[in-house]
Design a protein around this ligand. Structure first.
Ligand code: PSU
Ligand code: MN
Length: 317
């Protein structure tokens, strides 16, 4: 008898903690390329209504480039893989959305709370659903002043252990970029510059920090994913895709603003999981919205590349 999908695929679909949308279910059955998207960027990363507009437009870019988007969140005690329009609206507006990293995951699922997934937990959900490519804006990392407060995002540990390719625009200069790279090196996570030899710095297309890995096409990245699968390496691959120059805020300009945001964070006594959302909102305020436009554009740019990688990966697998 001919099965329309493999045993492994049907296991993903039958997992009791996954609620997979019709569009994503169809994509799994037809073995179409799928790209995961996170929801913390919607609930905690951007203001309303730009957050929901960004989320919808990002999904559309992925469809236009031949893949199926799967935005991930936690609803009704399950990972929801693929959100309906009304789900996006709820995540974009509700005040009680929990920012869920690995630490919080089991509790938020068991207590059936509304949760937005970070890079770490989106990777976990994507992996459970058998999705190999995930597009975001920027990852968490080693925070500045690490010696005083040991703030290292759980995103880095997840990249070390979960085999999902994460497409980002690098890490923001609110973080300690050299230490973030060192940490990833220790954990064996490849950081591949897309058409660049230097780590992109989110708002800025480049930074002084040289990478050891570069790829010039989506196909090359897909080939490396396949090699990593064959080696059973487990950890993820981080693709750092520079924001197009026309939308960037150059380092010299954004660094002064970041310093001010960090000073205000210190004064306000903000730390832990509140840190990243506080700094993002403060930078939007200090740039009078310019950083928000930059943030949205870099996500769109990542969506295009992520879809291309997923298409090549699927074609070769
Ligand atoms: N970087 C951004 N926007 C974001 C985030 C990071 O430019 O919204 C979010 C992501 O969901 C990321 C999380 O996983 O912040 C990292 O938070 P923390 O540093 O608390 O781990
Ligand atoms: Mn942290």
């Amino acid at each position: 008898m001919n099965h329309p999908y493999s045993k492994e695929t049907s296991n993903h679909m039958n997992h009791p903690l996954l609620s997979i949308s019709k569009e994503v279910q169809a994509a799994i059955i037809q073995q179409k390329p799928i790209v995961a998207l996170e929801s913390t960027i919607i609930s905690h990363g951007m203001p309303y209504p730009q957050n929901v507009e960004m989320a919808q437009a990002t999904e559309q870019i992925i469809r236009d480039h031949g893949a199926v988007p799967a935005t991930i969140a936690i609803m009704n005690g399950q990972f929801k893989i693929g959100l309906e329009e009304e789900d996006l609206e709820i995540l974009a507006t509700a005040k009680n959305v929990v920012k869920v990293s690995r630490r919080d995951l089991a509790e938020v699922i068991a207590n059936k709370k509304l949760g937005a997934t970070t890079v770490a937990t989106t990777m976990i959900g994507a992996h459970l659903a058998g999705i190999k490519v995930f597009v975001t804006g920027g990852i968490g990392g080693v925070h500045r002043g690490y010696n005083d407060h040991l703030d290292v995002s759980a995103d880095l540990e997840e990249l070390a252990q979960t085999p999902v390719t994460v497409v980002c625009a690098g890490a923001k200069a609110i973080l300690d970029l050299p230490r973030t790279l060192e940490y990833l090196e220790t954990k064996g996570v490849p950081v591949t510059g897309y058409q660049t030899d230097f780590l992109p710095a989110f708002y800025s297309s480049t930074s002084p920090y040289r990478l050891t890995s570069r790829a010039d096409s989506a196909e090359e990245i897909a080939q490396r994913m396949i090699a990593a699968d064959q080696l059973d390496l487990q950890g993820g691959l981080l693709v750092a895709n520079p924001i197009p120059k026309e939308y960037e805020i150059p380092n010299e300009e954004i660094n002064a603003i970041i310093d001010q945001a960090l000073a205000e964070e210190k004064k306000a006594g903000v730390h832990g999981k509140e840190s990243t959302p506080f700094l993002l909102a403060k930078i939007v305020e200090l740039t009078q919205g310019r950083s928000l436009e930059t943030n949205i554009q870099l996500v769109y740019n990542n969506a295009k590349l992520g879809a291309e990688i997923a298409v090549h990966y699927q074609a070769n697998n």
